[in-house]
Design a protein around this ligand. Structure first.
Ligand code: ATP
Ligand code: ZN
Length: 297
């Protein structure tokens, strides 16, 4: 089961062991996040583990389902894994940080022609899923009795072959459900990749984790913000400045052209379009929007 990885009970205090998915939907984004954090992993896909060349990190490549157990057992100190797996496995680990990728939802779906008014539809029905624990929790919460059929893959074909009347599976676009003649009727969990940790890290490893978390948070903040540069007529400068929150306050520099200033600021992705429209209405011109690579505040 543990694919030859040996736990080191004494621990190498000078290094942190990270488990990521060996191959699959989380693999590339996990490596990309490390890269954005300035951590170089030489190679990996066909190997069991790899060492970072410029950060005290050793990366293990594992099946995602096994990651919570490895982290509980301290074979790995930390892991990147979907919340769906974390809450299904229910191991003694802590969730430290949402990572912003691997977004999906765990949903119940029924045959498209079914009349589904509410969750009572599921009473006495058979539900096929790879997530028996999460589905059972949902049914208990709703006071519904249904039969859970645990299957490990291709859950979406279960209604078509007469194995179940409903399924519960991960959905992102919904196209797999659609192609199989199903419709989504309940969402039981919103999920994304998270960083999980062993509960008893040595002080040295805790210090490396803090350093890694600081980098991850800087990358996440940068992704959620844009750097904006614009030209503002001095007559409307105050109004334009009031639209820009900035990290402290916007930078204002005089332009060579009389009566104009250059204004620089940072605005968040969520308010972006709203603010850009107001800036234009207030007379801002030559608006440049630039992605931010890292944001340290
Ligand atoms: P493994 O071989 O590691 O067990 P797997 O087949 O269980 O891989 P993948 O299909 O690669 O897993 O999905 C890994 C994770 O990606 C899921 O557990 C989930 O957190 C996330 N994910 C994001 N979007 C989707 C989606 N549309 N369908 C399935 N998983 C998704
Ligand atoms: Zn898996």
């Amino acid at each position: 089961m543990n694919q030859g990885i040996q736990s080191t009970p004494s621990g190498d205090e000078g290094k942190l062991k990270l488990a990521i998915q060996k191959s699959g939907r989380l693999h590339d984004d996990s490596l990309k996040l490390l890269k954005e954090c300035g951590i170089d992993i030489s190679n990996g896909v066909n190997k069991l583990k790899s060492e970072a060349s410029n950060f005290p990190l050793e990366v293990f490549f594992l099946r995602d389902d096994d990651i919570p157990q490895y982290v509980e057992d301290a074979v790995a100190d930390i892991g990147f894994v979907g919340e769906n797996v974390v809450y299904e496995k229910n191991k003694k680990i802590d969730v430290v940080e949402k990572l912003g990728f691997g977004k999906c939802r765990l949903s119940i779906a029924v045959t498209r022609g079914d009349v589904y008014d509410d969750v009572n539809f599921l009473e006495g029905k058979r539900i096929a899923t790879s997530y028996p624990v999460l589905v059972q929790n949902f049914l208990n919460e709703k006071g519904i009795n249904a039969e859970i059929h645990e299957i490990s893959g291709s859950v979406e074909i279960a209604p078509g072959i007469g194995l179940a009347e409903a399924i519960c599976d991960l959905v992102s676009s919904g196209s797999t459900l659609f192609m199989n003649g199903l419709k989504e009727v309940e969402t039981i969990l919103q999920s994304q990749a998270v960083l999980i940790r062993n509960r008893q890290l040595a002080p040295g490893q805790q210090a490396i984790l803090d350093k890694l978390l600081f980098r991850i948070q800087s990358v996440k903040k940068a992704k959620n913000n844009k750097y904006v540069l614009l030209n503002a007529p001095n007559d409307n400068l105050q109004q334009i400045i009031s639209l820009l929150p900035g990290m402290k306050s916007p930078t204002v520099l005089p332009l060579a052209e009389e009566g104009w200033s250059s204004v620089h600021s940072v605005i968040s992705e969520s308010t972006f379009w709203d603010i850009i429209e107001k800036l234009k209405a207030a007379g801002a011109q030559g608006i440049l929007v630039v992605p931010i690579e890292k944001m340290i505040i």
